[in-house]
Design a protein around this ligand. Structure first.
Ligand code: NBP
Length: 485
């Protein structure tokens, strides 16, 4: 009997090829297809050589014919137009109950739209985040699926068997929620990844330029940090990078141009946080820091014109390194607190029933932000699924208290030395703002009422009653209508 595939995968670049090999290692027969068909044969003769249950297809028709029903077809192609084009190519060949899965980094509104569009045609749809890069795809990614809930049982076993596992053996993959929820959670993951990377870079710059530590010394510092509360993939690779030399000597990191690229997911998180009105300030600063880094030519000009302080650090370097570790930890807690605030608001806005502990578990292994710390977040949400904010959990409140003096010293030092620490500083400003019963928005609202008759609520009256004052004596008593966008 002709061999049939359990699932087809379209898109034979780095992620697609490695996911196919991973699925095949777990006993699944996979049909491989790609827009540029020659890459199918290259794959079969290359990485998939000798694997009888990886089947090559040279057309959509052939791919469909090679699949068991209901058909499951996963796309691992460039996000955007390519996904829509493939959906249209597939549709004439599919039957009711077949499933299309998009595993690329699609923007969640596209996934919401596609889920609805395909549901109207009787086709199931999943949009799933896949994180962990090449290594993760090959040996165990974090997988965050959302879409049509009826589709989940069709791929649950495949996805959970190829996903990373936590130390306790739990798969880093579970159903996230309806339509765009999986891609939303992946987007937030990527935004948090931007924040984590920026925080590490600020610690590096402070140690390098503020304290004058060498790469070898910083390699030691990050290796040491990786043994404690900051244990994570990104700290681990930072230690590796700082110790990595060219064969003829010289550190690779010193030769890398200081301009950062970005592919959009951090920016999407920032834009969505504006739309939902959630102060996700740290990810915002991380995106802007990349934008500022990209202005290399302008910065070179400005560096010759604009001056900063001549202050030098004269204190105890070892003690300051420990302060920086604590500042990093406290800022990271703020960043995750903001990320979970965003997901909570999104769940309300888009009608998703998100399981926050489950999300922390999915990020616990396989993905770029995997860390010991996510285990603590999982515990916090297990203890109280309705937790208003991570900062209010006993464990995190305790860590913030123990880190706070060091965190303030670090931000103050950075300001004195003229070393930019936008993420450390915004995290601290958020912390101080969030814990403030009273903010200066009374003055702000008075200003709005003064120039635009935007009205205000009063501290001594019930919420929802609006007042207007004729501040100048020349304005009228007519106010603007009260609404918030
Ligand atoms: P790429 O993002 O480089 O995409 C390459 C694939 O997209 C190839 O199969 C290519 O076909 C296909 N493709 C392109 Br490009 N334009 C197309 C079009 N207009 N129509 C049809 N197919 C088209 O590959 P990747 O890095 O493996 O990533 C795949 C997806 O997974 C992306 O959405 C990416 O954002 C996401 N992702 C990547 C990573 C990572 O670490 N790389 C991690 C997590 C998620 P061709 O061979 O014919 O050009």
């Amino acid at each position: 009997m002709e061999q049939k595939g359990d699932i087809a995968l379209i898109g034979l670049a780095v992620m697609g090829q490695n996911l196919i090999l991973n699925m095949n290692d777990h006993g699944y027969a996979v049909v491989a297809f790609n827009r540029t068909v020659s890459k199918v044969d290259d794959f079969l003769a290359g990485a998939a050589r000798g694997r009888a249950t990886i089947l090559g297809a040279h057309s959509v028709e052939e791919m469909i014919g090679l699949l068991k029903k209901p058909r499951k077809i996963m796309l691992m192609v460039k996000a955007g137009k390519a996904v829509d084009e493939f959906i249209e190519l597939l549709l004439p060949h599919l039957e009711q109950g077949d499933l299309i899965i998009d595993g690329g980094n699609s923007h969640f509104p596209d996934t919401i739209r596609r889920t609805k569009y395909l549901a109207g045609k009787g086709i199931l749809y999943i949009g799933t985040g896949v994180s962990g890069g090449e290594e993760g795809a090959r040996h165990g990614p974090s997988i965050m699926p959302g879409g049509n809930p009826q589709a989940w049982p069709l791929v649950k076993d495949i996805f959970q068997s190829i996903a990373a596992r936590t130390a306790d053996g739990d798969p880093c993959c579970d159903w996230v929620g309806e339509d765009g929820a999986g891609h939303y959670v992946k987007m937030t993951h990527n935004g948090i990844e931007y924040g984590d990377m920026q925080l590490i870079c600020e610690a590096y710059q402070l140690m390098r330029e503020g304290l004058g530590l060498s790469n070898a010394e910083m390699h030691e510092v990050f290796s040491e940090w990786n043994k404690g509360e900051l244990n994570s993939y990104l700290i681990e690779i930072t230690a590796d990078i700082l110790g990595f030399k060219y064969e003829n000597g010289g550190y690779v990191v010193d030769k890398v141009l200081d301009t950062a690229g970005q592919k959009g997911t951090g920016k999407w998180t920032g834009i969505n946080s504006f739309e939902l009105g959630v102060p996700v300030t740290l990810i915002g600063e991380a995106v802007y820091a990349r934008c500022l880094s990209a202005l290399k030519d302008e910065r070179v000009v400005a560096s010759k014109i604009l001056t900063g302080p001549a202050t030098r650090f004269k204190g105890d370097k070892q003690a300051m390194v420990e302060d920086i570790r604590r500042a990093l930890l406290a800022s990271k807690i703020v960043s995750y607190a903001q990320g979970f605030m965003l997901m909570r608001e999104a769940a309300g806005e888009y009608k998703w029933n998100l399981n926050y502990g489950g999300i922390a578990l999915m990020w616990r292994g396989g993905c770029i932000i995997r860390s010991a710390f996510l285990g603590k977040i999982k515990q916090a949400f297990d203890k109280n699924p309705a937790l208003l904010n991570l900062l209010l959990d006993d464990y995190f409140k305790g860590v913030m208290e123990s880190c706070q003096p060091a965190w303030r010293r670090v931000v103050a030092l950075a300001v004195e030395l003229g070393v930019p620490v936008p993420a450390f500083a915004t995290a601290l400003a958020f912390y101080d703002g969030y814990r403030s019963e009273r903010l200066p928005a009374n003055l702000l609202q008075a200003q709005r009422d003064y120039f635009g008759a935007h009205t205000y609520e009063r501290v001594d009256r019930p919420r929802g009653q609006f007042f207007h004052t004729n501040w100048t004596g020349t304005g009228g008593s007519v106010s603007a209508s009260t609404y918030t966008v």
